[in-house]
Write a protein that binds this ligand. Structure first.
Ligand code: 2HG
Ligand code: ZN
Length: 456
């Protein structure tokens, strides 16, 4: 059936060999079958429009594919779909200094955008460990967050305009990079976080900002989970934080072993908070640190003395996900309001201890944004299947606590295949009905990433 692809693309834009299908058919999840029928590489918006028209005519399913660094299976092709890679739509098209706007194609790698912004004397603040390979189109499709959200917000906050090819093949040019535009529904925001289920993001106008001054990184040892939040409150009342991350001792053990990094503090603590702030706020940060020690919340701390040391301290947090990848972790990406976090932590911690006494549980995340990553590591003696089955039995109980606190079962990783069947814990039936109706309007032929996000 995919032979019809040859009608609208050149042979150099289509691959069907087994290695390519395997390479482009999967993201960073490893728990779903990988079985696309072809991978295609559009080079222009017109190519994308023709592909969507063809898919509607021939009944093809299309899976949008960026840097494939997702953790929820949103870019996995398991059912003979055609993977549509944006690797060849990776040009920065325009920059307008007066607007501080850069226009780029969807396949521009996040780090390339950050570098380009720096070359213009500006700053693109959305940042995460996968910046070196994730693409801006994928970031927008998942509303990617990362490590600077506490100060700069999510990808959504930087999207000033979007060009999108909908599932029916219409080209929508949304918001034109305007700051103010009170002309009704802001369709741009429908596509941010839509996980490729409504259409293809082909181009974006991204807002840039002034770069912050030099930054310092501090790592603090904290023995009680709740006290991490008390530390956050104390620092936030004194200064503007660029980041406030946390990780557990187990996470630290895994990342220091994997990357051969020194431990940050002489004393071992149950948890660590990593803070980043402007160098100019150093005095205020030291006062906050001393207050936290006096309160008995913080046992010990270190502050970076050089950029190299700051980068090494960041590795302790950013390297965790990679360092546990070989343990086939069962991933949770939970969010509640920061005010709810202390009680929520106690509840989830109790559930985890009661139900996973024999599993290693690795906590880390963007706790300053109310976002926890809870990774359960697979013991060697269990098959992945048995392990995931056991985790799935407990997940609903964790999600019930999330729902009770009006939280989110996926803070920043998206829903994809991994969380699809649990979506009702975070979205009401009325909301789900509206989401389905929107899908029907924008993708009536159901060609866009079928089976992702919403149950078919
Ligand atoms: C991070 O914050 C990423 O490091 C990955 O969002 C989280 O591996 C994870 O669960
Ligand atoms: Zn994260």
């Amino acid at each position: 059936m995919t032979q019809a692809l040859d009608e609208c693309l050149s042979s150099k834009q289509i691959r069907r060999d087994a290695d390519s299908l395997q390479h482009w058919g999967v993201d960073w999840t490893r728990s779903f079958p990988v079985a696309p029928s072809a991978v295609v590489f559009p080079e222009s918006t017109d190519d994308v429009i023709r592909l969507v028209q063809l898919a509607n005519r021939e009944g093809l399913s299309l899976v949008p594919s960026g840097g494939r660094t997702g953790l929820s299976g949103g870019a996995v092709a398991s059912n003979g779909e055609v993977v549509v890679s944006f690797d060849r739509m990776n040009r920065i098209l325009d920059f307008e200094p007066a607007d501080r706007l850069v226009t780029c194609q969807a396949g521009v790698v996040t780090q390339a955008l950050q570098t380009y912004a720096g070359e213009q004397g500006l700053f693109y603040p959305v940042d995460f460990a996968s910046s070196g390979s994730s693409q801006i189109g994928g970031n927008i499709a998942t509303n990617a967050g990362g490590i600077k959200v506490i100060r700069y917000g999510l990808t959504r906050d930087w999207v000033a305009g979007l060009r999108v090819v909908t599932g029916s093949g219409a080209l929508l040019d949304c918001n034109h990079g305007l700051v103010k535009n009170a002309t009704g529904y802001d369709l741009r925001h429908l596509f941010v976080g839509s996980e490729g289920t409504l259409g293809f993001i082909v181009e974006a106008d991204i807002r840039l900002t002034a770069p912050p001054g030099p930054q310092l990184v501090m790592v603090l040892g904290v023995n009680r989970f709740r006290d991490v939040l008390a530390v956050l409150g104390r620092f936030q009342s004194a200064l503007t934080l660029s980041a406030f991350e946390f990780f557990s001792e187990l996470a630290l053990k895994k990342v220091t072993a994997h990357r051969e990094l020194p431990r940050p503090l002489a004393e071992q603590a149950a948890f660590y908070a990593l803070l980043e702030f402007d160098e100019s706020a150093m005095e205020l940060a030291l006062q906050a640190f001393e207050a936290c020690v006096d309160e008995g919340w913080v046992q010990d701390g270190v502050v970076s003395q050089s950029q190299a040391q700051a980068a090494n301290l960041w590795q302790l947090r950013e390297g965790i996900s990679e360092s546990i990848a070989d343990y086939t972790p069962y991933k949770n990406d939970l969010a509640v309001r920061v005010s709810q976090m202390p009680d929520f932590l106690d509840e989830v911690d109790a559930l985890v201890q009661e139900n996973y006494p024999d599993f290693e549980v690795c906590w880390y995340g963007h706790i300053g944004d109310g976002n926890l990553h809870l990774n359960i590591l697979k013991p060697n003696n269990l098959t992945a299947e048995t392990f995931f089955q056991r985790c799935h039995e407990i997940s609903p109980r964790i999600f019930e606590r999330v729902a009770f606190r009006n939280g989110s079962i996926s803070a920043e990783h998206g829903v994809g295949l991994l969380k699809r069947d649990f979506l009702a814990y975070s979205r009401s039936s009325e909301e789900l009905a509206v989401m389905r109706a929107l899908k029907q309007v924008l993708d009536p032929g159901q060609v866009m990433n079928p089976g992702k996000l919403l149950v078919r």
